[in-house]
Design a binder for this molecule. Structure first.
Ligand code: FPP
Length: 258
């Protein structure tokens, strides 16, 4: 106990800030980009301005996460439940996603970022589906951060789709029922190769999962901040990573010394 306290204190630099340990990075970080509406309301602005500010912050956080050596970043851009919002807000969000991709994909490509989409993309407009495919195709061989944009995504919807696909494959004999393991199920999800989240960040002071990555969050560390998403900064991302590095992950087992 004393030893571990000493180790923690001794790691602080002159500013009293514990430096980030590059050997203990969360490989997969997920963020629920919440609080855009409240950010706008507090400033007497329409909610849509909050979403615009949120899209600008996303650009900065993608670059910061890539620079920090995070392997995958999954962000919640539009949920299967967000269709319930007023039509004007839904169409602004769709245009923002379109603008974000048209305006940033080339830059992200130059930063070696690979872009992938998770969610029911077939439910989006033909134009957006084309832009999404172009972004995935252009960046597919990049080796830096994988940015997974969750659009028209719902964790329960993802599981229902996976079950239907598994049943279809069992019926055609592509998979034996005995081969339906946790790994096999992970491969039927949208997230495929990134099916375990290490760190979930939720800004804006709410403490909910909101149907995000239900399967993938099984052993994630959760970190919350009161800052609304448009006020989120690379320094806040670093705070979250630092907190992650102080956590002891047991994955249902015991501490090594117990
Ligand atoms: C939640 O805030 C946020 C969303 C529903 C959308 C997030 C979208 C962006 C950040 C825009 C850009 C997205 C991409 C993928 C380019 P809220 O509206 O629920 O905020 P509130 O809880 O304060 O009302």
């Amino acid at each position: 106990m004393l030893k571990s306290l000493f180790q923690k204190q001794s790691k602080q630099n002159n500013d009293g800030i514990v430096p980030i340990d590059p050997n203990n990075m969360p490989a997969h970080v997920a963020i629920i980009m919440d609080g855009n509406g409240r950010w706008a309301k507090r400033r007497g602005l329409p909610r849509t301005m909050g979403h615009r500010a949120g899209a600008d912050v996303l650009k900065k956080i993608v670059i910061a996460a890539n620079d920090m050596g995070i392997k995958a970043l999954t962000v919640y851009g539009f949920s299967t439940e967000n269709w319930k919002r007023p039509e004007q807000e839904v169409s602004l969000l769709m245009s923002l996603i379109r603008e974000y991709l048209l305006g940033n994909v080339r830059d992200m490509h130059e930063h070696n970022v690979r872009i992938r989409f998770i969610g029911f993309i077939g439910g989006l407009s033909d134009e957006l589906q084309r832009i999404i495919k172009d972004a995935e195709d252009l960046t597919m061989n990049n080796t830096g951060l994988t940015l997974q944009l969750a659009i028209n995504y719902g964790g329960r919807d993802e599981i229902v789709r996976a079950i239907k696909d598994i049943v279809a494959d069992v019926q055609t004999g592509t998979i034996e029922p005995g081969a339906i393991t946790e790994d096999a199920i992970s491969n039927y999800l949208f997230t495929k190769e990134f099916s375990n989240v290490d760190l979930l960040i939720r800004p804006s002071g709410d403490y909910r999962i909101s149907n995000f990555l239900l399967w993938q969050l099984a052993y994630a560390e959760f970190w919350f901040t009161d800052a609304n998403w448009p006020d989120f900064t690379p320094q806040i991302l670093e705070d979250a990573v630092r907190a992650f590095q102080q956590r002891e992950r047991r994955f249902g087992g015991l501490k090594t010394e117990e």
